[in-house]
Design a protein around this ligand. Structure first.
Ligand code: HEC
Length: 95
């Protein structure tokens, strides 16, 4: 029984985390200019600051134009600086 519960927990955990892509060189400047270091910082900011009030939306679920508008609103909500918001933008548009 314990094994089953552990497996279920692991599966649930995997399902929640695999939604967010981890940046690799393949994502560098895929849609918008960005370095790998910027994408990694954006990924860390996004996963640590943007899931406090709601679930993390899939980067591919919005267009770059939509993300621009959304981040104008959400950056201040997440108390991010302009530079940090720009990093999150680079992350979400280079999926
Ligand atoms: C303080 C709470 C809070 C934080 C932190 C926050 N959000 Fe939100 N978010 C909301 C609320 C409330 C809504 C729904 C109402 C709205 O659109 O303003 C929302 C809606 C959204 C939506 C859907 C809007 C749409 O038009 O599709 C997206 C995408 C989103 N947030 C992304 C983010 C991102 C990215 C961050 C990090 C920079 C973030 N949120 C941080 C409260 C928050």
């Amino acid at each position: 029984m314990k094994v089953v519960v552990t497996l279920l927990l692991l599966l649930t955990f995997a399902a929640c985390t695999t939604q967010l892509y981890v940046p690799t060189t393949a994502n560098v400047s895929k849609h918008e200019a960005a370095t790998l270091a910027e994408l990694q910082q954006g990924h860390d900011l996004y996963s640590s600051k943007c899931g406090r009030c709601h679930s993390l939306k899939k980067p591919s679920s919005r267009t770059a134009a939509q993300w621009t508008k959304i981040l104008e609103k959400m950056g201040p909500k997440a108390k991010l600086s302009k530079d940090q918001t720009a990093l999150v933008y680079k992350y979400v548009v280079n999926y």
